[in-house]
Ligand binder design. Structure first.
Ligand code: NI
Length: 190
């Protein structure tokens, strides 16, 4: 396993649509190594999600923080004791309803900035796990936000594109000063 370099805004991988992973290639050592590296890289960067294009690989997979009870994750995105990293390959994400909630978001490929982004509070996630087994689950709250952010990365979309008002865009340091941010107010960064 190795920590890979995370590409930043301007790298074409962040603006490209990724290719699905052929099902018979999931067990290949190259793909399994990529998954291990994504897991190690997101932990190293203290993020809560990371998509393959963010390490320059145009394939449809990402890792994200999850928890048995999504409420446990709310507000403590990097607490390993309450969360686990999940892997999803060739995902499809669809909203359960048209509802939208605004919350702060950041991106490991756009360091230091945060913005208010509307996301669906509940989504259905389909895809394959690292063993090629089919996965279908309903995710809500913080985890749903992370998954929507990472799913966007597979389609060349970044959170800035989703913002309704760029006036909320801010450096994390300035926001911390402004909001006297507590640990439990940390935004989703992926
Ligand atoms: Ni991101």
């Amino acid at each position: 396993m190795a920590v890979r370099d995370i590409v930043r805004l301007g790298h074409p991988a962040l603006r490209s649509t990724s290719e699905p992973v052929p099902r018979d290639e999931i067990a290949d050592s190259e793909l399994q190594e990529l998954i291990d590296d994504l897991l190690e890289t997101v932990r190293d960067a203290e993020g809560v999600g990371l998509a393959a294009p963010q390490v320059g690989v145009a394939q449809q997979l990402f890792v994200y923080e999850s928890a048995a009870d999504p409420a446990e994750l709310e507000g403590s995105p990097s607490a390993p004791e309450t969360s686990t990293l999940e892997v999803i390959i060739n995902p499809l994400v669809e909203p359960v309803s048209e509802d939208l909630e605004f919350d702060w978001e950041g991106c490991l490929s756009i360091p230091e900035l945060r913005g208010l982004v509307p996301r669906h509070p509940e989504v259905r996630l389909w895809g394959l796990d690292r063993h090629g087994n089919e996965v279908e689950k309903i995710l809500s709250g913080f985890t749903a936000r992370v998954v929507q952010h990472e799913y966007d990365h597979l389609h060349g979309v970044i959170y800035l594109d989703r913002m309704r008002d760029l006036r909320s865009l801010a450096y994390e340091d300035e926001l911390d000063d402004l909001m006297d941010a507590e640990e439990d107010e940390r935004p989703a960064v992926g």
